[in-house]
Design a protein around this ligand. Structure first.
Ligand SMILES: Nc1nc2c(ncn2[C@@H]2O[C@H](COP(=O)(O)OP(=O)(O)OP(=O)(O)O)[C@@H](O)[C@H]2O)c(=O)[nH]1
Ligand SMILES: [Mg+2]
Length: 400
């Protein structure tokens, strides 16, 4: 079972209470207070880990609970601070915090959720998994390996009675309790991170293409919806460079109404800088590739207009078949400004050209990012210089 969206409940450890105790030793009457402090509770931390590729472990164990801190004790002994609970999640996980208190029961059957209608996402959850979270609830984006985010902070330990000793009260019984650890509901959503995304109808040959260009081995079948989970492959380019390409389940017209597998998988190409629209140029299933492309572009637009504006190209697959040539011509005529790459994924024809094209795009993107960074740094340093200048000008009268 592939899980890319889960709801979890996290509870950090409570702080341990301080202790109220008194020194008792032979020949030392009235030894005074000696109660130690409580230990801190553990935090709940999410960490982006390359070895985790989906959220299934959290689906089966959706409660993340860190241990509480130990209590303080006599002879000024402090309670033990609890270890943090570190939960590995896939790189590219988005963390949303539900407004508290969460008005739903995570263990309720989908049917119960429909009846209850306690949360706006419940109906669609019952239908196709959890609904889209609210963008304003986003609290973290674990998009880099090793990145961590503390979703719940542990409580602080209380203070023992030794801290409350004073000249007027030499035997205080007062101590403080540890504070409670944070507790909250979160929705975790995984989005694959790849440079390019393969978007196309079922059976267009997306998985065959990913096999041809990378060492990934997605399943290939002559039936629709062979691919049911997104998969990312690493593509070796010239000069020992690499890039990544994501294969996602096929999309059909009406996917936004949940036809086929729906279009929820499109979120996995949201982070792709480039889209490869894979078409069955031979129309081997009796469809027209041009109509397919129009429907696909429309679905992208409906899913997220931002996605429809991403740079894209057409990968004309199945060029080994007879009807493909005529369709390719028509396609070139209809989309004169779009790059069209004719390939035969099965036989590996046109693959070197496709890789060269990808390399070009990767380099363009690299140059774009570098230029953006340089511009940012330049504006930051000019701002700094400006504020320094301002400082200098304001201090000038003082100097003279
Ligand atoms: N003739 C021909 N057949 C191909 C070519 N590429 C793929 N196929 C066939 O098309 C069928 C579908 O291929 P897949 O790679 O599974 O297609 P997909 O787009 O990943 O399909 P879904 O996972 O269902 O969305 C398979 O039977 C492949 O053998 C090609 O270049 N030429
Ligand atoms: Mg496939």
């Amino acid at each position: 079972m592939f899980i890319d969206r889960v709801r979890v409940h996290a509870k950090a450890g409570d702080g341990g209470n301080g202790s109220a105790s008194f020194r008792r030793e032979k020949f030392i009457p009235k030894g005074g207070p000696d109660g130690g402090d409580g230990g801190d509770g553990g935090d709940v931390i999410l960490r982006a880990d390359v070895h985790v590729d989906q959220l299934a472990n959290l689906f089966f164990e959706p409660i993340l609970k860190a241990k509480p801190g130990g209590k303080g004790s006599y002879r000024q002994r402090h309670g033990k601070s609890a270890p943090d609970l570190v939960v590995p999640v896939p790189v590219g996980t988005l963390v949303y915090r539900f407004p508290t208190p969460a008005p739903f029961d995570p263990y309720a059957e989908p049917a119960d959720l429909i009846e209850g209608e306690e949360h706006p996402s419940d109906r669609s959850r019952a239908k196709k998994g959890l609904a889209d979270p609210m963008p304003e609830d986003l609290v973290a984006d674990l998009d880099q390996v090793g990145k961590e985010f503390i979703i719940c902070h542990g409580g602080k330990g209380g203070r023992g009675n030794i801290h409350f000793k004073s000249s007027r009260n030499q035997a205080p019984r007062r101590f403080t309790e540890g504070t409670e650890g944070d507790e909250s509901w979160f929705l975790l959503e995984m989005r694959s991170i790849a440079f390019a995304g393969l978007v196309g109808y079922p059976n267009a040959g997306k998985s065959t293409l990913l096999r041809a260009i990378s060492r990934a081995h997605p399943k290939v079948g002559s039936y629709a919806f062979t691919t049911r989970n997104p998969q990312v492959g690493v593509v070796d380019l010239e000069d020992y460079k690499k890039t990544t390409v994501a294969d996602i389940p096929g999309l059909i017209e009406g996917a936004h109404e949940n036809r086929g597998l729906g279009h929820q998988f499109l979120r996995h190409v949201m982070r792709c800088s480039f889209l490869l629209m894979v078409l069955d140029m031979a129309g081997s299933e009796g469809r027209s590739p041009l109509d397919d492309l129009k429907a696909l572009r429309n679905e992208l637009e409906l899913y997220n207009p931002e996605l429809a504006e991403r740079p894209w190209c057409i990968v004309a697959n199945k060029m080994d078949m007879q009807e493909a040539e005529a369709n390719l011509k028509a396609c070139k005529k209809k989309y004169p400004g779009v790059s069209i790459l004719p390939i035969c994924a099965e036989l590996g024809e046109g693959i070197p050209e496709l890789k060269a094209f990808l390399q070009e795009k990767v380099e363009e993107e690299g140059a774009r990012i570098a230029a953006e960074k340089a511009l940012e740094e330049a504006t930051a340093s000019s701002n700094e210089a400006e504020s320094a200048n301002q400082g200098a000008s304001s201090s000038t009268p003082l100097v003279y």
